[in-house]
Design a protein around this ligand. Structure first.
Ligand code: SAM
Length: 229
């Protein structure tokens, strides 16, 4: 065998060893970061995904601000805070609490609010939708975008959202459409999940907004008023 072949084989062996010992560990860590929305993926998400979704956030903010112009609103999975900032600007009478399981996202959102001079009305904290660090019956409305498909147990999340809503309060959950997120196929599974939750029933709609994400689902659930329950 020529020297060139020996050199190629040796280079391949070194690469394989490097991959096993270092590259694989690095790739595993990077993919865990992406899954957990920890740094640096919180920044990458904000720059690459968040920025192209501005049209989507504008539309959601318009709907939510019209529904609760002066209320207390909770955003679940608030990510880098882009929707929260739009909401705070659009509805000056609204106070916002953002909860996200990722500390890196919470830091980012808090920095964005401080930069915009909106920290007084928009605060962010780390928390899991399945065990919200918030009191009962606190919010007029709850909103969540593109987060539901990350929740390991969505029924626990719905029960917690129901607990923190005031009687008569409503949650609007916007998420990937059925073709992007198989659990939402046809909306039927979501409708069944809503029916089995403390909300009892809900409305599931597949929406297309031109110039926004191609299609997504909106799950609207209302907590019954005392007299209705
Ligand atoms: C795809 S990002 C969406 C962020 C933002 N809502 C948006 O529309 O750009 C999903 C967010 O949900 C958060 N998240 C995932 N699981 C969660 C949980 N169990 N409780 C609270 N937040 C969660 C993630 O940390 C992440 O910030």
């Amino acid at each position: 065998m020529s020297r060139k072949w020996w050199f190629t084989i040796a280079a391949l062996l070194v690469t394989a060893t490097l991959y096993r010992n270092r590259l694989r560990a690095y790739l595993e860590q990077a993919s865990a970061n992406v899954r957990d929305f920890d740094l640096p993926s919180a920044g990458a998400y904000d720059a690459l995904v968040g920025s192209v979704l501005e049209g989507f956030y504008a539309r959601v903010a318009g709907e939510v601000a019209a529904a609760y112009p002066g209320g207390k609103v909770l955003e679940i999975g608030s990510g880098p805070g882009r929707l929260a900032m739009r909401l705070a600007r659009e509805a000056p009478g609204m106070t916002l609490t953002g909860v996200d399981i990722s500390g890196a996202m919470v830091e980012r959102a808090a920095r964005r609010a401080a930069g915009a001079g909106l920290s007084e009305r928009a605060r962010f904290e780390v928390g899991d939708v399945a065990a919200l660090p918030l009191p009962d019956g606190e919010f007029d409305g709850v909103v969540s975008t593109l987060s539901l498909h990350h929740w390991p147990e969505p029924p626990l999340g719905l029960a917690e959202i129901h607990r923190v809503l005031k009687p008569g309060g409503e949650v609007r959950i916007y998420d990937l459409a059925h073709w992007l997120w198989p659990p939402a196929w046809g909306g039927d599974r979501l409708a069944r999940m809503a029916a089995a939750s403390p909300f009892g029933e809900g409305e599931v709609e597949v929406v297309r907004w031109p110039g926004s994400v191609p299609a997504f689902i909106v799950l609207r659930l209302r907590r019954a008023r005392e007299a209705e329950s």
